[in-house]
Design a protein around this ligand. Structure first.
Ligand code: NAP
Length: 273
C-alpha cells in the first residue's frame, strides 16, 4: 500500500530492534484491513529513549511499542502509567492521547490470557492450581494476569528463590514459592503449567522437566516462541496434554496497540500465524 500525507504512524523502539517481529505482524494487519498506516522499526539507543518518546507526538505518531531494553526505563518518562503497566512493572505499549500526552500500558497480561482462552475455551484462573516457572519480567506479567483472573493457587518455581519471593510480595495473591529442584513434584494436581523462563529458547539451555506428575487434562503454556514448538510443547502434546505456544501470546498482546493507533480491532488468525 502506498503512503499518503495522512498516513497513521506507529512503530517499535528497541536497541537493537532488527530482531523484532512486530513490523511484520502489524504490517500484515495494515494490509489486511487496507489501512493508510505504517509501522516502523525504530532503532533507539537507551540514552535516546526520553527524547525519542517525547518526539512521538511532535512527529505525528499515534504511539509505539517498546522492546528490550526500554520497557522499564519508560516508566519514568511517559506522562501516565495505566494499571496494567503498574502491575507488570514495565511498559510495552505507548499511546499518544488527544492532548499529546504519552500513556503507557502493558498488553502482555492481556496477550497471555487471550492466548490461553483461545486455546482452551472456558479457561479461567479459577480452573485450578497453576505452576509458573520463572520470576523475571515475563513471569511477573503471567502471575499478575493469573491473579487478576481469579487464580486460587500459584506455585512459583524459580532458580533464584529471592526473586520469586520479591515477586510474590509485590503482587499479593496466593503464591507459594517452590525450590527449583522440586519443580517436577510441583506439577501434581496442577491445572496449568507455564514456562516463563528463557529455558528452551533457541541458544539457551534446555528446560529439564519430567512431566510424569502432570495430570492428563492439565494445560501447558510455553511463552518461549523461538522455536515455535519448544521441546516442552512437543513433550506435552506427545502425552496428550493441551499446549499453547508463545507465538499466540505474542500475537494477542499486539492487538490493543493496533486498535488504539489504527482504529481497527485486529484478529489473530491462522493466516497471521
Ligand atoms: P528475564 O527477566 O531475563 O528472566 C529469565 C528467567 O529465566 C528468570 O526467572 C531466570 O531465573 C530463568 N532462567 C534463566 N536461565 C536459567 C537457568 N539456566 N536455569 C533456571 N532458570 C533460568 O527474561 P523475561 O523477559 O522474563 O523472558 C523470559 C522468556 O519469555 C524469554 O524467552 C522471552 O522471549 C519470553 N517472552 C515471551 C513473550 C511472548 O509474548 N510470548 C513475552 C515476553 C517474554 P533467575 O531469576 O534465577 O535468573
Amino acid at each position: 500500500m502506498s503512503l499518503t500525507g495522512t498516513t497513521k504512524l506507529a512503530g517499535v523502539m528497541g536497541w537493537p530492534v532488527a530482531h523484532s517481529r512486530s513490523p511484520a505482524l502489524h504490517g500484515f494487519w495494515l494490509a489486511e484491513h487496507r489501512i493508510d498506516g505504517a509501522y516502523l522499526p525504530l532503532p533507539v539507543k537507551p540514552e535516546n529513549l526520553r527524547r525519542s518518546l517525547e518526539a512521538l507526538a511532535m512527529m505525528g505518531f499515534a504511539g509505539c511499542n517498546l522492546t528490550i531494553p526500554h520497557k522499564e526505563d519508560a516508566l519514568n518518562i511517559v506522562d501516565e502509567i495505566d494499571e496494567t503497566a503498574r502491575r507488570a512493572g514495565a511498559i510495552n505499549t505507548v499511546v499518544v492521547d488527544k492532548n499529546n500526552r504519552l500513556v503507557g500500558s502493558n498488553s502482555d497480561m492481556f496477550g497471555f490470557l487471550e492466548a490461553l482462552r483461545a486455546a482452551v475455551p472456558g479457561w479461567s484462573g479459577r480452573t485450578g492450581p497453576a505452576v509458573v516457572l520463572g520470576a523475571g519480567g515475563a513471569a511477573r506479567g503471567v502471575v499478575a494476569a493469573l491473579i487478576d483472573d481469579g487464580a486460587t493457587e500459584i506455585r512459583l518455581v524459580n532458580r533464584t528463590p529471592a526473586r520469586a519471593q520479591n515477586l510474590a510480595r509485590e503482587l499479593g495473591g496466593t503464591i507459594y514459592g517452590v525450590p527449583w529442584e522440586e519443580r517436577a513434584a510441583a506439577l501434581a494436581g496442577a491445572a496449568l503449567l507455564v514456562n516463563a523462563t528463557s529455558l528452551g529458547m533457541e541458544g539457551q539451555p534446555a528446560l529439564e522437566l519430567p512431566l510424569d506428575k502432570l495430570a492428563p487434562d492439565a494445560v501447558v503454556n510455553d511463552i518461549v516462541y523461538v522455536p515455535l514448538e519448544t521441546p516442552l510443547v512437543a513433550a506435552a502434546r506427545a502425552r496428550g496434554n493441551r499446549a499453547v505456544d508463545g507465538l499466540d501470546m505474542l500475537l494477542h498482546q499486539a492487538r490493543p496497540g493496533f486498535a488504539a493507533w489504527f482504529g481497527v480491532e485486529p484478529k489473530v488468525t491462522p493466516a497471521l500465524r
